[in-house]
Write a protein of this length. Structure first.
Length: 193
């Protein structure tokens, strides 16, 4: 009998090719999507909040930059602000940090994934999408260890293969899917109770 989950959040790590991939993925989610989505996209420290505004304008689901001590709610996407690590505190609220880069990145995917795994346990879905490097692999492994569900974009479908490939090497993902299959997977997983 499969393990039963009541999911509390989805975390996504993405880098090169991210804006186009997120437009496709988030654009396919309904306004009333039942889970909060927390995203680290590797971006320049000098970037403004243009990415959140762009995605919010083209998606049904609400997209915004994460705020310190904000409690994530369903139907909302929270992006890590430029040059800040996005974390989940033990009480489920969001935290922001200017601690040193991890895996040469701030924001770091591993920081989000590891803190979210501790906060949400088996109520978490972790997703690695297109990008270079290995950021997110360690965090995805932690999500798996805590009983969460792990998802990796098929490297053949990614704009950049290394991040998905490294994630697959680090942890045997529960799902390896194309970007276009993710919205359907998210919908089916969010219905598991």
């Amino acid at each position: 009998m499969p393990k039963l989950h009541v999911f509390r959040a989805i975390v996504i790590g993405i880098s090169f090719g991210g804006v186009k991939a997120l437009e496709a993925l988030l654009g396919a989610l309904p306004k009333d999507f039942p889970l909060p989505v927390l995203i680290v996209q590797h971006i320049s420290p000098e970037s403004g909040n243009g990415m959140a505004k762009l995605l919010d304008a083209v998606c049904n689901i609400h997209v915004k930059e994460a705020d310190e001590q904000e409690l994530p709610i369903s139907g909302t996407v929270y992006l890590a602000p430029p040059n800040y690590h996005l974390m989940v505190e033990p009480d489920g609220k969001l935290g922001l940090s200017t601690d040193p880069p991890v895996n040469y990145a701030r924001p770091s995917i591993d920081v989000l994934f590891e803190t979210a795994a501790e906060a949400f346990g088996n109520g978490l879905i972790g997703v690695i999408l297109t990008g270079f490097g290995a950021d997110g692999s360690r965090g995805l492994k932690r999500i798996k260890e805590m009983g969460g569900v792990t998802v990796v974009q098929d490297p053949n479908d990614a704009a950049a293969r290394p991040m998905p490939e490294n994630a697959i090497l680090a942890v045997k993902p529960d799902y390896i899917v194309t970007l276009s299959a993710l919205p359907r997977l998210f919908s089916s997983l969010s219905e598991i109770v």
